[in-house]
Design a protein around this ligand. Structure first.
Ligand SMILES: Cc1cc2nc3c(=O)[nH]c(=O)nc-3n(C[C@H](O)[C@H](O)[C@H](O)COP(=O)(O)OP(=O)(O)OC[C@H]3O[C@@H](n4cnc5c(N)ncnc54)[C@H](O)[C@@H]3O)c2cc1C
Length: 386
């Protein structure tokens, strides 16, 4: 296996990199300071990305998307990682869960997300149910052919207010060989339905300008057409998407680490102390060496995972390993970059402190490092019955 890109892959990378250099990087500092992406700027990025064919690049051509395979998409995601999340998230990669849409759901939810007319939220986390997603309290109870949804979600993130959410709710209990288990179903819930409130939530210091929302559901009546996929199979559906989401986190971590490494290398070569470039001091030079080793290994892990995904044999533990390794590699890289910059690393005048703040979320969202290690441990021990 090699991380060397083919000619076509290089062209894809260069096209995306140039687009980001022109349309995103010039606005990064302003957006971070403002804590907000001005709506007009976000829409402009969306429109230009759509014209370039970069919008919904992850979705199959049959659904109107760009039809990139996982290997190609990882190249795009790596480029995304080099830039501001708050800005690049205006270029949607709609959740693949929407491919479970059927009948009228396709025209109402899937297609508008691919064309950019609508945006979705992925709403799993609750105040009392973060890592322990099964601890969720949101319920949907049968009422004739309908469902009545009650509960709340938080930390549900998006670049701007979305039109609807994919909401996970408890719809009963199942008996399993491992004991009773909550039955989880995914629902498509519109923001303008009676009983639904979407409001801005906590402000995050990583990726300033990217929003989190709180979602409140009070006796929301949902017809059968609002169930996404099969009733009681919400977790299986989410599981298919979460695995790839963790690979995309890995790829973006590689992009961000590469940018940090470039900035730190330039500083180490040009900043002089004791009459010579600080990179000539072994303590600094070795940091650059370690950053490079970490990045190379992380890139290889992502490449391996997307090749497995393209071959249809990506396992949960593969995705978990990528998420842990790449996000922790980025954490070390960001910290080392601050150290190499010294005091200037923490000053608002330079982007290092922003990239350092932005790096921190990667070990938390999409499942914390601890939860990923649980997944890996389970895959090792479960075959032995432990
Ligand atoms: C900016 C942002 C955006 C997000 N976007 C979304 C979104 O769009 N949709 C969505 O559904 N969710 C989203 N999340 C939620 C995210 O996935 C959760 O924050 C994450 O899963 C952790 O949950 P928690 O924050 O409640 O932490 P907790 O679960 O309370 O964990 C706190 C600490 O305890 C540790 N811990 C918990 N259980 C164990 C265990 N069994 N073993 C060892 N350690 C453990 C954790 O690893 C962590 O270190 C977002 C979060 C953030 C911060």
């Amino acid at each position: 296996m090699s991380i060397a890109l083919s000619h076509e892959e290089e062209m894809l990378r260069d096209t995306v990199r140039q687009f980001f250099a022109d349309e995103i990087i010039p606005h990064e500092e302003h957006v971070d300071t403002l804590g907000e992406v001005p709506e007009a700027l976000g829409r402009e990025i969306t429109d230009k990305a759509r014209a370039l064919g970069l919008y919904a690049a992850n979705m199959p051509e049959s659904a109107g998307g760009g039809g990139l395979n996982h290997t190609q998409m990882s190249i795009v995601e790596r480029e995304f990682g080099r830039t501001s999340h708050a800005l690049h998230s205006w270029i949607a990669r709609p959740t693949e869960l929407l491919l479970a849409c059927q009948d009228d759901q396709i025209a109402t939810y899937l297609t508008p997300c691919v064309t950019g007319e609508k945006r979705e939220l992925f709403a799993l986390t609750e105040p009392e149910a973060g890592s322990d997603a099964m601890g969720m309290r949101t319920t949907a109870k049968r009422d004739g052919a309908d469902w009545i949804l009650n509960g709340m979600k938080h930390f549900i993130s998006a670049p701007t207010m979305a039109d609807f959410a994919i909401v996970f709710a408890v719809t009963g209990m199942d008996d399993t060989p491992r004991g009773p288990r909550k039955r989880i179903t995914a629902f498509l819930v519109d923001r303008d339905m009676p009983g639904v409130v979407f409001r801005e939530g906590n402000k995050c210091v990583s990726n300033r300008g990217y929003k989190t929302y709180e979602l409140q559901f009070d006796d929301v009546r949902l017809g059968a057409g609002h169930v996404l996929g099969e009733e009681g199979k919400g977790f299986e559906l989410a599981g298919q998407w979460l695995g790839m989401g963790r690979i995309w986190v890995g790829a973006t971590c590689c992009g961000r680490a590469e940018r940090l490494l470039e900035l730190a290398t330039d500083w180490a070569a040009n900043r002089k102390q004791f009459g010579k470039p600080i990179g000539n001091f072994q303590a600094t030079g070795f940091r650059l060496a370690d950053m490079s080793i970490g990045l190379r290994a992380a890139d290889l892990m992502v490449r391996d995972a997307v090749q497995r995904a393209d071959a249809g044999n990506l396992k949960d533990q593969d995705a978990a390993m990528v998420k842990v390794f790449c996000s922790e590699m980025l954490g070390r890289t960001a910290d080392d970059a601050v150290q190499i910059f010294g005091g200037m690393g923490l000053m608002e005048e330079l982007p290092i402190q922003r990239l350092w703040r932005d790096a921190r979320i990667e070990r938390i969202w999409d499942g914390t490092s601890e939860i990923q290690r649980h997944i890996i441990t389970r895959s090792i021990l479960r075959p032995l019955g432990a």
